[in-house]
Design a protein around this ligand. Sequence first.
Ligand code: ADP
Length: 169
Amino acid sequence: MNSDSKRIAICPGSFDPITLGHLNIIRRSAQIFDEVVVCIMQNSTKTSPMFSIDERVEMVRRAIVRYPNVRVDTASILLAEYARQFKHAVIVKGLRAASDFEYEFQMNLINKKINPELETMFLTSSEKYTFLSSSVVREMAMYGADLTGLVPVELIPDIEKKAKLWRKT
Ligand code: ADP
């Protein structure tokens, strides 16, 4: 397939850190689309992240290694602008609850204003991950709780190590 006709899903977020909830949406997108770009947004409104952008890229890379049509990228511009580089890109977002909907609906309207061609699709969260967010993971890590079932197992040591450093500061 020529790269111009590839259907691309952009899964945007902070991924601070990537969770099994994110990975569930990424994996399902990879089954529907030709290619998935996990886009780590350098979001100016979110202060004091747990992981640097480079650390997050490296962690996402390890988490997606078994999906050949998934790759990671970063963006420090608006998502609707970032998406312009692709011919057939769709934003794919996960919806956990009604509270996600209101925010996402608003974001979608803003994105449409900037880039009217750009569509957003929503995948409902898998039932077992509806409670899960990066902030839940950060909070649990800070209290030394077991992260099994919340994040990819291979990332647990990195998160525990970082939480230990944070507890000391
Ligand atoms: P943000 O920084 O915008 O909150 P996140 O990095 O937390 O973004 O999440 C990125 C995307 O992943 C969002 O579309 C969010 O709805 C989705 N997402 C996060 N956690 C889950 C989950 N547990 N189940 C489904 N979707 C999720």
